[in-house]
Write a protein that binds this ligand. Sequence first.
Ligand code: TEU
Ligand code: CA
Length: 542
Amino acid sequence: NSPVEWWRESVIYQVYPRSFLDTNGDGVGDLAGITSKLDYIADLGVDIVWISPFFTSPMRDFGYDVSNYCDVDPLFGTLADFDALIARAHQLGLKIMIDQVLSHSSDVHPWFVESRQSRTNPKADWYVWSDPQPDGTPPNNWLSIFGGSAWQWDSRRRQYYLHNFLTSQPDLNFHQPQVQQAHLDNMKFWLDRGVDGFRVDACIFHFHDAQLRNNPPAKKQNTVSVAESNPYGLQAHIYDNTRPENLEFFKKVRLLLDQYNAVSIGEIGSDEALKVMAEYTADGDKLNMAYSFNLLTSDNSTQHIRAEVEAFEQLAAASNKAGWASWSVGNHDVNRVMTRWGGANATPEFAKVLLAMQLSLKGTPCLYQGDELALTEADLPYEALQDPVGLTFWPEMKGRDGCRTPIPWDATQANAGFSAGKPWLPVPAEHAAQSVAQQLQQPESALNFARHFIPWRKKIAQLTRGDIFFYDAPDSVLALRRDLAGYPSVLVVLNLSSNDVEFDLPVSAEYHDLSGHGLHGSASGGRISLPAYGAWFGINNS
Ligand code: TEU
Ligand code: CA
């Protein structure tokens, strides 16, 4: 009986550094800001802090375009600042997970600058280059997620290069073993500095079909394109991503990580995400965890949540027991869940039940900064937009700025305490009213609930480690049981709507109120009563 791996029992909290806390008044959050707020994060009771990219970058995609994998961008600080951050985090018992954007680099990365010089230089095949078709058009029909062809003409080399995202994010050629090795060396650099894990960006895009075959049309329009009007959704992406060679690369990553007791979580933006998640986390020798966009971009539907979790568990069981999901409902790429799922009238009570939901599913929850404050999606005018995706698809898709606005720390200070200068994105007036300082004063606030609930859940082994089983329940309700050998079963009933609900569950009177979580609801025998956004937790002590 091997001990449970620590990461399966952990809660991840994502920090988007630009918007966390600015300490030097330039309007952009920085590493020193994160360090100064690590106590705040530790007080939430989370275990792992995932920090979005802070590496040297021209910031065309706000850091997801790296020009030096082993240094800190001056905007965010220095390597010494990062060392201080790690040291403080470890003092507080927090693990630090950093982003690894391996699939592509920035076009100003020295690798790409060299690669584009000629067809014969030492890094000539470090990126994906191809001649045009005889009529001058791109080599095949692959498309960029961020719009247009995935191929960009380079007049210097007189060839096209591949980019799955922005034209300034050329795709690295993982078929070249030196590219893989360079990444592994850079990962080792950070592991030696003390990081505890990596979030692997857009990792299904590492490999492409070496023959550059055309993608076939999709059987039905898929949901992975950022906007409905983006023809990306009309193709089945079988040749431009998720190639089998990726599994071998992840095995190399795992061998390295295991030496440091460090872990990985992969971002799976695929139409067959659950299948890929199960495959990439199977056998305990590739990724540790993986997440999809399936709950990040969907509407509020308990049926959908249930279907996702059940389908993943089935797929993981079919491969083996090691497969492990991470469930998230918010991150820096999607509309804030309060608005997306709660609509205009959702109250902070909704944030509470959502947190309870995330922490009741089987898998490692990943929380996004500000969701603990019940922040809503910011409705920014076109003039305030920064995200290239919003600027491309406006107004159909307003981009990702609305979830990236600064954290409101204290409503009594300028810019709600985020920055003494002009913030890179405005602090919405309605967010200032939900500042950290203010919520700490309110016993019933969403923040105080999070600070209470996350540590509470951690003590209940069934909720961190148990198997999951769903009951049929009314539409807005999620009813599930967590079973762990040697422990009494725990029943969780969550109302994700603003209506009261009352219904019968086919469970007997042996379930008793499991108190201490801070949500409202009651049960008598199998009769469950939940107010708006209420929840009931029961335990079978018979
Ligand atoms: O996202 C990859 C990805 O799949 C997203 O493009 C996603 O489809 C979209 O944002 C949904 O709205 C990662 C990063 O999380 C994102 O911030 C980067 O822009 C992207 O990679 C390129 O590095
Ligand atoms: Ca700053």
